[in-house]
Ligand binder design. Structure first.
Ligand code: ARG
Ligand code: ZN
Ligand code: CA
Length: 254
């Protein structure tokens, strides 16, 4: 497809305590990060090592908070739901009003993002294309969402949502989800083979799986490094996301 795809987005804020009820500005700060990261407009892309610079990709995707709700009434694209659930799990209860969460808006027309307190230090999780409609979207914990308010270092630069929306657009983890073996693949040709996830902020180069001299692409959004240390998708990853927009996610966006 040609040009930029705009994805209508709804953010469901599900809160138990007042501090979890993040304000509109924090929500907008996250949308701003997505709009930089998926258009290669993030200033820290300058930190990509020279060896990887030719591989950096522009996904040509923009995110807009919805201006119309599913019933065509005006909206600011943010829903707010008070819950008695102290912390949510990956069981998708945050996606159901009957389980203390908020119901998804039709996932063929909206990207659903739920923000809540996640249990166990989990930053976020996502559903890949092709799954059930009522659970489609991504979930981010309230301390790793956006760049203001409750966003807490080292996950305070909005990259958890960038990572999870990458999954929602069919990207796998860059190390191939094979534990730390060198046998798995993320099905993308221009990401180096890499043993396992990287954490924190590694020093370049970090060699595994015989991937010298440049080593792991640990600054890729689909690794597990800190927010300040991930700042690129590859061209191959953007091709894969565009394929998702032409295929299983074709009904979304304009
Ligand atoms: N699902 C991953 C986790 O919860 C997301 C990692 C996102 N990484 C980041 N630097 N924000 O660990
Ligand atoms: Zn992931
Ligand atoms: Ca691997």
């Amino acid at each position: 497809r040609l040009g930029v795809t705009v994805i209508p987005t709804v953010v469901h804020v599900v809160f138990q305590t007042p501090v979890q009820n993040i304000d509109d500005a924090q929500v907008r700060s996250q949308i701003d990060v997505l709009n930089r990261d998926f258009r290669k407009l993030n200033p820290d892309v300058a930190n990509v090592p020279d060896a990887f610079k030719p591989l950096v990709g522009d996904a040509f995707i923009e995110f807009r908070l919805a201006t119309r709700d599913p019933l065509d009434n005006p909206t600011n694209g943010i829903t707010r739901t008070q819950t008695t659930v102290a912390a949510f799990d990956t069981d998708d209860s945050v996606k159901h009003a009957a389980q203390g969460g908020a119901d998804a808006w039709p996932s063929d027309r909206y990207l659903n993002i739920w923000v809540c307190r996640l249990a166990g230090g989990l930053l976020g999780y996502a559903q890949f294309p092709g799954g059930p409609r009522d659970t489609d979207g991504v979930v981010i914990t309230y301390t790793a969402f956006g760049t203001t308010g409750t966003a807490a270092p080292p996950f305070h630069l909005g990259r958890s949502a960038t990572h999870e929306v990458g999954h929602w657009l069919n990207l796998f983890h860059i190390w191939g989800d094979d534990g730390t073996a060198c046998t798995g693949s993320d099905q993308v040709d221009d990401t180096p083979n890499q043993a396992g996830p990287n954490f924190g902020c590694p020093q370049f180069p970090h060699i595994t799986c015989g991937n010298a001299p440049s080593g792991d692409m640990f600054m890729n959004y689909m690794d597990y490094t800190d927010d300040a240390c991930m700042f690129m998708f590859t061209k191959g990853q953007t091709v894969r996301m565009q394929a998702a927009l032409d295929g299983p996610r074709a009904s979304i966006g304009t």
